[in-house]
Design a protein around this ligand. Structure first.
Ligand code: SIN
Length: 330
């Protein structure tokens, strides 16, 4: 390691950034095929930004990621971040479930050092692959003092997002992410970092879930409401899940038949969170759809992020009021 440049570790997990297909083509490829060293070697100037070390932790399509991968990844990052000579960490990841991993890490990583996720929409073998520029800028962000204390972040298309709020909004374009109504944390101007906002929600060092290593997560499922949906799906889900996140219509809504079944199952100890299938806005408490206050509103969290928080919350408490407080704070 040199004297001035920061020491950044790249933890590779796979995804389209490591994807390979017919040379020049952007679709019909396999994610998680190329080694991180090969990707780094394809990026001009990256070794002038920081002293890099790469760890190939997994090499999977992010649809293969699960709770065990999250726990291994969080432990690995916490271990690396605790080392004095490590200044920042970059994680390469598939874009499909990156929002979930980013939020899980945001809640479980115990460091003020920058942790930055990135990936790509086009495989490494495509014309104008977006992975190299995204990885280059993620390394620049992880090396920058302005990135300290923002929690886990992600960089895509020269835009910096928070791990809490990032969501995938296009399954096709390279500019595939946004941060709901909250814009973004900042922008990248080539290698320069320009931060503009900060989240008020707890993360990393302030997070109760980062205090000790997570070893397992309780089962929490997600059910999606649509016009005419029968409540049996709730009954089935409750058989082997401690918590259920409902992706309701509008502001976390559903039919009277669903409300009846939710109240029956809540009385048996199932913890419910109401989220929404609408990806902007907020889910509040509702006297109409939750008249006896058995559900926890997701606030601005998507269903899949609400599931991450409910799993972590259920690992520290079973109390609905306490979980409601957690949902307001995180
Ligand atoms: C994946 O999520 O691993 C595949 C899709 C992508 O990275 O864009």
């Amino acid at each position: 390691y040199g004297d001035k440049m920061k020491n950044i570790i790249i933890v590779a997990t796979g995804g389209t950034i490591a994807g390979s297909g017919k040379v020049g083509k952007a679709t019909n490829y396999q994610a998680g095929k190329i080694n991180i060293k090969e990707i780094i070697d394809s990026i001009p100037m990256i070794n002038e930004v920081a002293n890099l070390k790469a760890i190939q932790l997994f090499n999977v399509d992010s649809n293969e990621m699960n709770e065990e991968h999250w726990i291994i990844l969080a432990n690995k990052i916490n271990d690396l971040a605790s080392q004095k000579n490590v200044d920042g960490i970059v994680v390469t990841h598939g874009t499909d479930t990156l929002d979930e991993t980013a939020y899980f890490l945001n809640l479980t990583i115990n460091t003020y050092k920058p942790v930055v996720l990135t990936g790509a929409m086009r495989p490494a073998s495509a014309t104008s692959a977006d992975g190299p520029i995204n990885l280059y800028q993620a390394v620049c962000l992880a090396s920058c003092d302005d990135a300290l204390g923002h929690g886990v972040m992600a960089v895509f298309s020269s835009t910096i997002y928070s791990g809490r709020d990032i969501q995938k909004i296009s399954n096709f374009k390279t500019d595939a992410f946004d941060q709901k109504d909250f814009g973004c944390l900042g922008y990248m101007n080539d290698d320069k970092v320009m931060m503009f906002s900060r989240t008020f929600k707890k993360h990393t060092l302030q997070s109760v879930f980062s205090e000790k290593p997570i070893t397992e997560l309780p089962p929490v499922g997600i059910v999606y409401y649509y016009a005419g949906a029968k409540p049996d799906i709730l009954t089935m889900m409750a058989q082997n899940h401690r918590g259920i996140v409902i992706i309701g219509s509008g502001s976390g809504n559903y039919s009277q038949a669903w409300l009846n079944e939710i109240e029956t199952l809540a009385a048996k100890g199932i913890i419910f969170v109401r989220a929404s299938r609408v990806n902007q806005g907020i889910v509040y408490e509702s006297d109409v759809f939750d008249p006896h206050n058995v559900c926890i509103p997701s606030n601005t969290l998507s269903g899949q992020k609400a599931r991450v928080l409910l799993m972590l919350a259920l690992s520290v408490t079973q109390n609905t009021k306490e979980i409601k407080r957690i949902f307001n704070e995180y």
